[in-house]
Write a protein that binds this ligand. Structure first.
Ligand code: PMP
Length: 525
């Protein structure tokens, strides 16, 4: 046995240190192995010899070698001594030892399969050659940036730094006033006025879903949603460990007739619904069903979370949706509904301003949690939004968008009939952003997306918008007609038609087709 370890080289013990001697020895030897001074196959000095040289007990050296062996840096060889392992392995191990094991430290997080799938779609959509019909955004050509540029300038000139200061966590009061007035105006018969104190300005309505889930849902609590439903809500409920029961939708919205049995048997903690121009199915809950849903929620004392970002986007005067669940509930003196809405769909998604209207106790609780998350929603946008609404600009913009999105919806519907008439069955929503289409062959939307990536078109597969465990929506896809000009929509649908025409799909290549492009990734939902 040959030890080519230069005895004593670089090994210095500090007897005054609180670090045990065996640890000082093993630390220094580990460094020498990592730096290559002790290379592959070399033998460390015999335990006894090193102990004598360093003036320590033999057991101290035995412990030091034992620790290095446990870390995989050396290996005891029977009858030969202690041998250093291959340097590459050793330095890998060394790097591993230096690195904090984050996955072990992070608490479990219930990421859904669908949010992983959607991450892939986000990556796909960031490719410049892709026509994306996937993201839930309005048409950027119509973002009212000139109005906002004027408003920001006006507010900053007039208010100076004041508009850049903190604002109250519950929101800029003039904005809360106009929001409360809008909700009050929607109550049938105007029999109830919502005070501004019963509103809370949010950083997008997604934040509202999170705050309500945090206030009401514990692990294994049950939430009822439509199936399919908004992915952002599904992901929040799963993150809180809730169980989700999906209720199918038909052309009149959620099948409320199926609800009573579920309420009776399973005692949910929350009903989450997008009753108007639902994301993704486009359907609107009829007035009769709205009343039935409220009656059931009251009978079983279950809160309703109404998520309502699309109700201003109706395309025909006769398609004006029924009053919100919140308005109906208030008209009858109820306090059952927590209402959420947002400017993301009416104006532009980067603003991150939404709002909640609910009972004072809910507002207070959501406010306390919101303050822990972001203190308040960006002040300057709140100043601007208050004036934008006060001056009638929001209503004017919404009216213009209703015309524009109807044109876009018609363009997409016509293209679908032309290019995909044999292969897709489309619905006919009267508002909102989405066409919800069934793939006639029964192929899953995800498999179709993998093939579509090669034809440079993207959409959201129905399976990604489904309640876990429910497969009915797999042969569906969601197409956003609001997000682009008619000619772009038509080209996207032409590509989709070409994919669908390929009878025998070649095996999918998801890893290349859905690979991260390295560009900025934008959320899709
Ligand atoms: N709810 C629904 C039904 C949505 O479709 C969206 C956006 N896709 C949101 C909430 C989230 O909106 P925000 O941008 O205001 O967070």
């Amino acid at each position: 046995m040959v030890s080519n370890f230069a005895l004593g080289s670089g090994l210095a013990l500090d007897r005054a240190s609180r670090i045990p001697l065996y640890q000082q020895i093993s630390d220094q030897l580990r460094r020498q192995i990592a730096q290559g001074f002790l290379s592959d196959g070399h033998f460390l000095p015999p335990e006894r010899a090193l102990a004598t040289m360093l003036g320590v007990n033999r057991s101290t050296v035995v412990n030091a070698y034992g620790e290095l062996a446990a870390q995989g840096l050396v290996e005891p060889r029977v009858g030969r001594g202690t041998q250093v392992r291959r340097p590459s392995e050793a330095s890998e191990l060394e790097a591993n030892l230096r690195a904090l094991p984050w996955p072990e430290l992070l608490l479990p997080y219930a990421e859904s399969v669908s949010s992983r799938v959607l991450r892939d779609i986000v990556a796909l959509c960031s490719r410049p050659d892709i026509i994306s019909l996937a993201a839930g955004i309005p048409n950027p050509d119509f973002y009212p940036h000139p109005d906002f540029s004027t408003l920001f300038q006006e507010i900053l000139t007039e208010q100076g730094g004041h508009a850049l200061e903190h604002c109250p966590p519950e929101g800029h009061h003039p904005l809360r006033e106009v929001l409360a007035a809008r909700i009050s105006a929607s109550v049938p018969g105007h029999v109830k006025v919502v005070p501004p104190e019963e509103t809370l300005v949010l950083s997008g309505s997604q934040q509202g879903i999170y705050l309500v889930a945090g206030a009401l849902l514990g692990p294994a609590d049950l939430v009822i949603t439509e199936n399919p439903t908004f992915l952002g809500a599904l992901s929040v409920f799963r993150a809180f460990g809730a169980r989700i029961v999906g209720v199918p939708v038909d052309e009149q919205g959620m099948r409320v007739d199926l609800l009573e049995e579920i309420m009776e048997r399973r005692r949910p903690r929350l009903i989450y619904t997008v009753p108007t121009f639902q994301n993704p199915s486009g359907v609107t809950l009829s007035l009769t069903r709205r009343k039935q849903l409220l009656a059931l929620a009251r009978a079983y004392r279950v809160p309703v979370l109404e998520d309502d970002p699309y109700s201003d986007m109706y395309f025909r005067p006769e398609a004006v949706p029924p009053p919100s669940l919140k308005a109906l509930d208030m008209a009858e003196g109820g306090n059952q509904v927590i209402y959420l809405s947002s400017f993301s769909k009416m104006l532009f998604p980067g603003m991150r301003v939404g709002w909640m209207a609910a009972s004072p106790a809910v507002i207070e609780r959501a406010l306390a949690a919101k303050q822990l998350i972001d203190i308040h929603t960006t002040s300057l946008y709140q100043w601007a939004m208050a004036r934008y609404i006060q001056r009638g600009l929001l209503d004017k913009h919404n009216a213009a968008m209703r015309v524009q999105y109807r044109i876009q919806r018609d363009a997409m519907a016509a293209a679908l009939t032309h290019y995909c008439g044999d292969t897709l069955e489309q619905n006919q929503p009267n508002g909102g952003f989405y066409l919800w289409c069934r793939i006639k062959s029964g192929e899953s939307g995800l498999a179709l997306l993998e093939r579509a990536a090669r034809y440079n078109v993207a959409f959201v597969p129905g399976g990604g918008l489904s309640v876990p465990g429910m497969s009915e929506c797999e042969p569906y896809i969601r197409l956003n007609f609001a997000c682009a000009r008619p000619e772009v929509l038509e080209e996207g649908i032409k590509r989709l038609g070409a994919v669908l025409k390929v009878k025998k799909p070649r095996p999918a290549r998801p890893p290349t087709a859905l690979t991260h492009s390295g560009q900025d990734l934008k959320p899709l939902v």
